[in-house]
Design a protein around this ligand. Structure first.
Ligand SMILES: [Zn+2]
Length: 339
């Protein structure tokens, strides 16, 4: 009897171990596509936003919504509360784990202080911190959630933008790159590049989808590529010349998502948050929401590695106007202007 029990124990152990190895291998090589929808804001018609979001709901694929908290510069108060239709709709989708609410600047108006267009680059640290902090507070008040992802308008910021957002507790900073650049860290905040898809002109729109298909395929097949590629689009790019929903473009997004699924891509939100258990039933098998182990490193522990990644990122993203400029260069420009 005792021998049998030991045999059963050993068999179960071997089985468990092999399962561990398999799941570890699967996790290690996983490649994630994260969709980012910019320029979601109050005081604009909701038809297109609803139509694009419906694709994500139907396909079970998450999307991070880049929300502009204060689009009307001269108007006081929390503008996210001032458009009743917008507020009701956004609150209705907020509990759905497919949607991440991210902060996309504050007013999204270019200040043109150093590099243009940019809302933040060239402003002092304190000024940037205060503006971003106001928008963050508006999002918390309107939707009862703390945004984890910051998206600088026009994909452009400077060192102060990075320092202010990391100090405010953002864990993800999303900018632009021509293809798939490796991510970096600043003060524990992860910085990702990403590609853009969409255009005003219909032919250009289709070409941009084709280009996104090519780059995502390269990303998925490249053993050296990073663990996540962000594909950004703008909600207004899915409208025709009269401002109505262009269902042909909506279909192109659906086809692109299905192509990615066929290629074995996994999908996540930019914040890679674990979905609340109560909402887990609404997720499909295509959505693997997870937290990276490397998502919350401290600079003190892995400073060298982080600095290197940041350097690599700045090098590659900088070439394509990421807006991460050396502070010395920036200071020089400001000095020249004040003279
Ligand atoms: Zn924008």
């Amino acid at each position: 009897m005792k021998f049998k029990a030991i045999l059963v124990f050993l068999s179960v152990s071997v089985l468990l171990c092999s399962t561990c190895v398999v799941s570890a291998q699967q996790t290690q090589g996983s490649k994630y596509i994260a969709f980012r929808d910019d320029d979601v804001k109050p005081f604009t018609p909701l038809d297109t936003l609803k139509a694009v979001n419906q694709v994500h709901i139907d396909e079970g694929v998450p999307v991070t919504l880049g929300i502009i908290p204060h689009p009307r510069e001269a108007q006081e108060g929390n503008q996210l509360l001032q458009d009743a239709q917008f507020l009701t709709y956004m609150r209705s989708i907020a509990p759905n784990p497919l949607f991440e609410f991210a902060q996309h600047g504050y007013t999204h108006k270019s200040d043109s202080l150093s590099i243009a267009p940019s809302e933040f680059a060239g402003r002092s640290y304190k000024d940037q911190y205060n503006r971003i902090s106001k928008g963050r507070a508006d999002l918390i008040e309107a939707f009862g959630m703390v945004p984890k992802t910051f998206i600088p308008p026009f994909d452009k910021g400077d060192n102060n933008t990075l320092l202010a957002t990391s100090a405010l507790g953002f864990t993800e900073y999303s900018t632009f790159s021509a293809s798939y650049a490796p991510h970096g860290y600043v003060n524990g905040m992860r910085i990702d590049g990403g590609i853009e898809m969409g255009a005003v002109n219909e032919t250009d729109f289709s070409k941009s989808v084709q280009r996104a298909e090519n780059i995502t395929q390269q990303f998925l097949n490249d053993p050296q590529s990073d663990d996540m590629l962000i594909v950004t689009y703008h909600v207004w790019a899915f409208q025709d010349s009269r401002g109505a929903v262009d269902y042909h473009r909506i279909q192109e997004l659906t086809d692109f998502i299905n192509l990615l699924k066929a290629q074995g891509a996994l999908f996540t939100r930019l914040d890679r948050e674990v979905a609340p258990a109560s909402n887990a039933s609404s997720l499909t098998n295509n959505l693997l929401v997870f937290t990276f182990q490397s998502a919350s490193p401290s600079l003190s522990a892995t400073g060298k590695e982080n600095n290197l990644s940041t350097f690599l990122l700045i090098g590659s993203v900088g070439v394509v106007l990421s807006g991460i400029y050396l502070s010395a260069r920036r200071r020089g420009r400001i000095d020249r202007r004040t003279k």
